[in-house]
Design a protein around this ligand. Structure first.
Ligand code: NIG
Ligand code: FE
Length: 407
């Protein structure tokens, strides 16, 4: 590890103050886009003056941003479900596909059939793709196991994946994703209660939906999380309005994710809470879901977050830049709102915002040099803007046409 001096940037994107755990999006207008330099010493950000002794990176015309944090993916999973997507596009609803044996159950069968190395090879390739698109930290969930042993296997593979990839990773135990075939929701949650202490996952997750788990199960998962010292996260209000958010907040949730069908009366209560609103516009668009009330949430001061939801069913998307493009167009968000939603605020969901997620002296040097100013990220929809990706002070990816920038 050595020192790096990123110089002459058009923008060095920073929060309005140092030490913020998150930025409520009604303050996103204060995000600083001034140009300049960023110095890295070892694995840390050293400061904002050029360092003449360090290896120089020419960032002229570029935005320098924190490494992207994808706080909601379903890695690891096995195989894909392209045929289901074709059915969905032709008008078949997700619930109907799931009830016919597709959906989560189909991915659980694929996971059971795949060997460990096969699962790790697929997930590792996806992690490399994410890295090349600027994602330097990601979370992954279990949830395609649907049995005690298979859920533990998924969490063990997630840990192994973390050891093999360049990124920082966290795993979430999504132990209530679908009611396992032949079991009943309540009985499965009894099994989950016994499973939690056997895992090291930092958060528990549950899918609340008419075809999955109910509000009582959500409250129970919250109690389980509290009793085991884990965070509660929840997939809520994706396909129907169940008024899950007040229940999740009461249960102490750190994030509520999806929210396409959020009830208008729940916008303010969520925005005022210390709970992130994790929006997944990739799943919304590809799943033909409703549009989350994202503009209202941001205006009301929510801790707004964007993530890919990378999974074989609703969102086979690896690029957070693409998600930003969707969010800005679909939600009427600014590029400033979107960048906070994939960096500092996403890091807060993972309890890592003290350590990474913004360009601040002393923080971990996870940095992306974009090939253009920030506003180009949503504008050049589908383009990969990540020119140089740095993790912990190491240059881990350089786009072929950008190598000239590095001395
Ligand atoms: O976040 N909605 C629940 N879970 C996933 C999809 C799971 C699947 O279809 O494989 C989601 O959208
Ligand atoms: Fe999800």
């Amino acid at each position: 590890m050595s020192a790096l001096s990123i110089e002459d940037a058009a923008q060095v994107v920073r929060p309005p103050a140092a030490g913020l755990p998150y930025l409520r999006l009604d303050r996103a207008g204060e995000v600083v886009l001034d140009g300049g330099a960023l110095a890295i010493d070892g694995d840390r950000i050293a400061g904002f003056a050029p360092d003449a002794t360090a290896r120089r990176i020419d960032a002229s015309g570029c935005a320098v941003v924190p490494g992207f944090v994808d706080c909601h993916t379903h890695l690891p999973f096995a195989g894909w479900r392209a045929a289901e997507y074709a059915l969905k596009v032709a008008g078949r609803p997700y619930e109907e596909i799931a009830r016919a044996g597709g959906g989560i159950a189909a991915s659980a069968r694929a996971f059971a059939e795949a060997g460990d190395e096969q699962v790790l090879a697929q997930a590792g390739a996806l992690a490399a793709e994410m890295l090349a698109h600027g994602t330097t930290t990601f979370e992954g969930k279990s949830g395609y196991g649907l049995s005690e042993a298979a859920e533990l296997r998924a969490l063990a593979l997630a840990q192994e994946l973390g050891a093999r990839v360049a990124q920082t990773t966290d795993s979430t135990a999504l132990l209530a994703h679908a009611v396992p075939p032949g079991r009943e929701a309540g009985a499965w949650l009894d099994a989950v209660a016994a499973l939690v202490p056997q895992t090291t996952a930092t958060a528990l997750d549950i899918y609340v939906e008419s075809m999955a788990f109910g509000l009582d199960d959500l409250a129970r998962m919250g109690a389980l999380a509290a009793a085991n010292g884990r965070d509660l996260r929840a997939h809520v209000e994706q396909f129907s309005t169940m008024r899950s958010v007040p229940v999740a907040l009461e249960a102490g949730a750190r994030s509520v994710d999806h929210l396409a069908c959020l009830h208008p009366d729940d916008v303010d209560v969520l925005a005022r809470a210390e709970c992130a609103a994790v929006l997944l516009p990739g799943a919304e668009v590809l799943g033909d879901e409703r549009v989350a009330p994202a503009r209202a949430l941001a205006d009301a001061g929510a801790i707004g977050v964007l993530a890919t939801d990378l999974n074989p069913g609703t969102s086979p998307i690896t690029s957070l830049a693409l998600i930003v493009g969707l969010a800005v167009r679909r939600y009427g968000w600014s590029a400033r709102e979107a960048i906070m939603a994939i960096t500092l605020n996403a890091a807060w969901v993972l309890r890592r915002s003290g350590e990474l997620g913004s360009l601040e002296a002393g923080k971990r040097a996870d940095v992306v040099v974009l090939d253009a100013p920030l506003e180009h990220v949503p504008y050049r929809f589908g383009h990969n803007p990540a020119a140089i990706v740095i993790v912990g002070g190491e240059i881990v990816h350089v786009r072929a046409d950008q190598a000239w920038r590095i001395a």
